[in-house]
Each structure stands twice: as structure tokens, then as C-alpha cells.
Design a protein around this ligand. Sequence first.
Ligand SMILES: [Zn+2]
Length: 152
Amino acid sequence: MSSITCPECGTMNTPDSVFCAACGASLATATTAPPPPPPSATTAPPPPTVSPVERPTGVTILGVLAVIAGILQILSGILLAFLFDSGGIVVLFLIIAIFYFITGWGLLNLKKWSWYIALILSIIGLVGFPVGTIISVIVLWYLWKTRNYFGL
Ligand SMILES: [Zn+2]
């Protein structure tokens, strides 16, 4: 810095000046650097830590189980086709498998319609006494508990 500009009159003063040579104003303020900008109030708020729709773990399990059930349907169909030497059975089981896959995908994406399909499948499963009934009751209870996640 070669000189100090007087804040009052604009006169250039020598760097060691304390008061302006022209008007006598204090040069203390002129030597200080302009104040740093205040912390920006326009900084973006921190991103939300929770995603808008958080899928419960149980729904993920149900979705994965539906996909596994679909795979088992295909395997069952192939097995039965070999046993009965009939390709038509594969097609039937494949249709059921696709049904399971779509339901699984829907559950994993919290689709409302998949909740209804899972509900219907669980009600049908109630007849599979005793294991199917127990599993279906658990699934039904869980579906009811998590219905809000599906927008119900
Ligand atoms: Zn001055």
C-alpha cells in the first residue's frame, strides 16, 4: 500500500499518516480492510437426511419374497413339465411367475396396487393350513401396518 485515501475528503496521504493532511480526519478507518462479507444467508439448507419415501425393511422382504416365489414358480413349472412331459404347464406357471414378479416390483416401489395384490395373495394363502395360514396372517398384519407407505 503506497498511500491512504482519506475517507472524508479523498486526499491521498502517506502510509504512516494517522490523520488526513488536508482535513484532519482520522485515517484509522481508511487503513482497515473492508469488512468481510457476512456469512451468506443464501446458502442452501442441508439436504434432507431422510428420503421422501422410506421403504420399511419388511416391505423390502415381502417384495424380494414375491420375486423368489416367482422364480420358484418357474422352477416348479419346468419340473412338472418334465414329469408330465407337457410344455403347457410351463406357460401356466410362467404366467403365475410374471404375476409374482410384478407384485414384487410393485412392493419394492411402494405401488398402491401391489398392496392390494399382496393382500389378495395373503387371503388366498390363508387356506394353506397350517404353514400358509401362519405366514399369511403375519403378512396380512404387516401389510395393514405398512399401508400408509402405499398411500392408503
Ligand atoms: Zn481528508
